[in-house]
Design a protein around this ligand. Sequence first.
Ligand code: IYR
Length: 221
Amino acid sequence: MQKEFITYKHPLELTEEQMLNRSVEFSDLMKRRRTVRTFSSKEVSVEIIKNCINAAASSPSGANRQPWHFVVVSDPILKKKIRIAAEAEEEEFYNNKAPIEWLDALLPLGTNKHKPFLETAPYLIVMFEKKYEEDSYGKIVKNYYTKESVGIAAGILITALHNAGLSTLTHTPAPMNFLNAILDRPKNEKPFLILVTGYSEVNCSVPKINRKNLDEISTFR
Ligand code: IYR
């Protein structure tokens, strides 16, 4: 394909003071994001979800291949199927697969094999990673840095949903291939995560955790 360039200007033209203010405000908002495990069943407009997926789809990706597919599940029958399959994997994880150190690491979070939120929350946004595609002649076309690309898109999606006033839970039962069968997705798509999405329950409680401070996580030199 020919290369074609267009001029680009950042959409915001801010003074340094505005930049400082916006960066503080955004950081404060994001610091107040928490992963929740109890969701309200209150409905959420699908338009909000669509807008947030559009934001996620702005993610950079290897060779701009945009190697993602989002399945927005709200159908109670599909949610129930996903819950049953996920809980079967989680039962195996908690009872047999997880080493004791891993279970110990999870203790402060209070997680267990029961995943009622997979049915309570209004949406399960399932992200698939497209490791390759087939062109119109059936030829396999490889994608690049797919995990990184989908990971960045997931981060933007979580941020967009939080910014829109919704709560999320990043859920990754392993293995997740049951999602291809339940959601009828092709074999070039690998399930990446289930983003449980909705309002947090009114009396939602979350573990008391700390975030590492800037000194611990960064070096300026
Ligand atoms: N997938 C399991 C276990 C789990 C693992 C990690 I790492 C977490 O941060 C949280 C849970 C579950 O969802 O319970």
